[in-house]
Ligand binder design. Structure first.
Ligand code: SAM
Length: 220
């Protein structure tokens, strides 16, 4: 997807992916990571997700990245959190207490800008990207990981021929291709989500839609 596509979605308030609650699989499965409080968590393509707040409220230092200034501003204002802004390279950083959103192109994020990242929370980030961008995305993610970085992520699986993304369909074998060399990939949750199937029916989806949640631990 072009960045202009996402900016336009935000401008027109067409943010159907946004959830008004915390993603239920975050509190359910985050404990699997056994991450020390105070650790830094990166949330690529974060939007204005309430998951950022959940992570902060559970004691982590949270760094989100999104291309949309509207997403960043709305996040802080909706949640009545103070923030300052500053510029770092091509990013505008919205900085609050233990939570910042780096507004800019994730592909331009330099690991040197960031603290040691203990975990990456990929909620609807990899699956926001078409196949042609996913390898590049995963390679960028890998530049940010150190020996102990873990990931919690979700995917959707459906027949890609039935519907255009986003969200795109990402099967487990692709995850192995992208990350299998560096991580042990554990499936934590698998669910057929009928309500989303109905939501996407007008776009052509008809057969099935499965959501999966994975824990990626360093080492293969
Ligand atoms: C499907 S939404 C998911 C948002 C969030 N993770 C959530 O679950 O609510 C994808 C987000 O990625 C952002 N995005 C897409 N491409 C990006 C890029 N190259 N750099 C930074 N943000 C990007 C969009 O602005 C959008 O907010």
């Amino acid at each position: 997807m072009e960045l202009s596509y996402w900016k336009a979605r935000w401008q027109k308030n067409k943010t159907g992916w946004h959830m008004n609650d915390v993603y239920p699989h975050l509190p359910a499965y985050w404990p699997n990571l056994q991450l020390e409080k105070g650790s830094a968590v990166l949330v690529p393509l974060c939007g204005k997700s309430l998951d950022l707040l959940w992570l902060k409220n559970h004691g982590y230092r949270v760094i989100g990245v999104d291309i949309s200034p509207k997403a960043a501003e709305n996040f802080f204002r909706d949640n009545r959190l103070d923030f300052k802004t500053y510029t770092k390279s091509s990013f505008t950083v919205y900085k609050g207490d233990n939570l910042s959103i780096w507004c800019g192109d994730f592909f331009k994020l330099d690991a040197g800008f960031l603290p040691e990242i203990s975990a990456i929370y990929d909620k609807a980030a990899l699956i926001a990207l078409p196949e042609g961008q996913r390898k590049r995305y995963a390679q960028k993610v890998l530049t940010i990981c150190n020996q102990s970085t873990q990931m919690l992520m979700n995917t959707f699986e459906y027949e890609q021929d039935e519907m255009n993304g986003p969200p795109f369909s990402v099967f487990a074998d692709e995850l192995v291709e992208l990350y299998g060399e560096h991580f042990t990939i554990e499936l934590l949750h698998e669910e057929s989500i009928m309500e989303n199937l109905v939501k996407f029916q007008h776009r052509g989806l008809s057969s099935y839609l499965i959501e999966k949640v994975y824990h990626l631990r360093p080492g293969s």
